[in-house]
Design a protein around this ligand. Structure first.
Ligand code: AMP
Length: 450
């Protein structure tokens, strides 16, 4: 990954000449996809350079009102193209309303929940801004503060930040938000999950009244909606429902396997099938480490990525994955959010997620921007309850692969009672632990004995 602290001064196009809003050129090499949107030529060319032919639904719906200065309340997930939906109008505004950013007082602010996501937004600014002259910097914790202080002090058109570090810098006097013209809050639902709401409220309190505000969340949880109300004024409301279409494009498979065989099954799959660019999800950080170790020990290049890893280690893992050196990224959910890697061929749920929505988020990492994808989920006996909830959410059973070498009828027949946390069963000893969980059915017992 490029150094995310880098301040970008794109010079190639010289001084950006604002183009009237309705004169998007025909010759923008995209048919009438993006050309139908009133984006300036420099952005049109950058989109052509990226190979984007058609705006995604959220882009088509959000860009015109945002260019007209409206606030936005967007319900959309990663993978819908929401980043470009907010960046393109934001960048166009900054170019058309030309103003030198003051020292320590950015012209626009984008808040993101994780450093990966913030860094990726920074990369998108690089990409879409390649023919513009805008400056930006990305700010997050876990790394030295000095370069961030320096960038802020120079004066920035765009600051992308995670809330905690931004607040630190504000409290130390390195950033003041009274000049912010456009404010974007991305992934508000994750912010909520991660406990960032108090920090965000502090940030919002220092924004000027006159501003454009954009609010994005994957869900409409009541707390999220309440926060949005304090932020946006008379917003355009756009809701993109990616779940079903995305799920439809992904070939899903379920593998019943006993817990102790998950590693071997994963190794076999990685060896014997064409699984190349794979994200393996685990629930716990230490399991991510263990699985990555097992894969490496079996000659399959893998790297763990989770919250306990240093920024340098994560960036190295991601770079290795992007270049193809690392075949499998073993990730926890929070770390994986916002990892923007093209052409992920497979998602493997080594552990099923406890929240069914997370399943949809995870498998959506493959099949990005219209591509096909494969998702394989391991399910052992005590994950059955999670499986039931997932199938209820996606409104269909996930097809079971009984041909895989570690297929376990015991896991398949486990019932809800087995889904409760319980001491790990000893193998071979036939020992029983404690009393049977109450409500255990006959089928469950049979399943367990086998
Ligand atoms: P996002 O939802 O913003 O994380 O975007 C998901 C992915 O789709 C990113 O890799 C973008 O680079 C890509 N993308 C965004 N807009 C388009 C588009 N109009 N055409 C093709 N790819 C796109």
């Amino acid at each position: 990954m490029e150094n995310p602290h880098r301040t970008t001064h794109h010079q190639r196009s010289g001084a950006p000449a604002p183009v009237p809003a309705n004169s998007a050129p025909r010759a923008s090499a995209q048919g009438d996809g993006f050309a139908a949107l009133p984006l300036i030529d420099q952005l049109q060319r950058a989109l052509a350079h990226e190979g984007y032919a058609t705006p995604t639904p959220i882009q088509a719906q959000a860009i015109p009102p945002l260019l007209a200065g409206k606030d936005l309340f967007g319900v959309a997930q990663t993978g819908t193209g929401k980043t470009a939906a907010f960046l393109l109008p934001l960048m166009q505004h900054l170019v058309q309303v030309k103003r030198m950013p003051s020292r320590g007082r950015p012209r626009s602010l984008i808040l993101a929940p994780t450093r990966e996501l913030a860094a990726q937004i920074g990369e998108r600014i690089d990409a879409y801004g390649r023919y513009l002259n805008l400056t930006h910097t990305v700010i997050y914790g876990g790394v030295g503060q000095r370069p961030q202080e320096q960038a802020l002090t120079r004066g920035m058109d765009i600051v992308v930040a995670t809330p905690g570090r931004l607040l630190d810098l504000m409290q130390q006097g390195f950033a003041k938000l009274d000049n912010v013209e456009v404010f974007v809050l991305d992934e508000a639902d994750r912010m909520l999950d991660m406990g960032f709401i108090p920090d965000i409220k502090k940030v919002i309190a220092t924004l000027p009244r006159e501003r454009q505000s954009l609010f994005f969340s994957a869900t409409m949880a009541p707390e999220v909606v309440a926060l949005a109300r304090t932020l946006v004024r008379d917003p355009v409301h756009i809701e993109i429902e990616p779940e079903k279409p995305t799920v439809d494009r992904i070939a899903q498979k379920l593998m019943f396997v006993d817990k102790d065989h998950k590693d071997e099954l994963l190794v076999r799959l990685m060896r014997e099938t064409g699984m190349d660019k794979v994200i393996v999800f685990t629930q716990m950080k230490h399991v991510a480490n263990k699985v990555a170790q097992k894969l490496n020990a079996s000659g399959i290049s893998a790297a763990p990525i989770h919250g306990n890893k240093s920024q340098a280690a994560r960036e190295q893992a991601l770079a290795g994955f992007r270049s193809g050196k690392v075949r499998a990224l073993v990730a926890t959910d929070i770390a994986a959010r916002g990892i923007d890697v093209e052409a992920i061929t497979h998602v493997v749920n080594y552990d099923l997620p406890t929240e069914p929505e997370t399943y949809v988020h995870r498998i959506g990492r493959t099949a990005r921007a219209g591509a096909q994808g494969d998702a394989i989920s391991f399910c052992c006996g005590n994950e059955k309850e999670y499986l039931r909830e997932i199938e209820r959410l996606i409104r269909r059973p996930i097809p079971v692969d009984t041909n895989q070498p570690f297929h376990s009828e015991r896991a398949r027949n486990a019932t809800g009672a087995d889904a409760r946390p319980e001491p790990r069963q000893q193998r071979g000893g036939g020992q029983r632990y404690g009393a049977r969980p109450r409500g255990q059915t006959k089928r469950g017992l049979q399943g367990r004995r086998r």
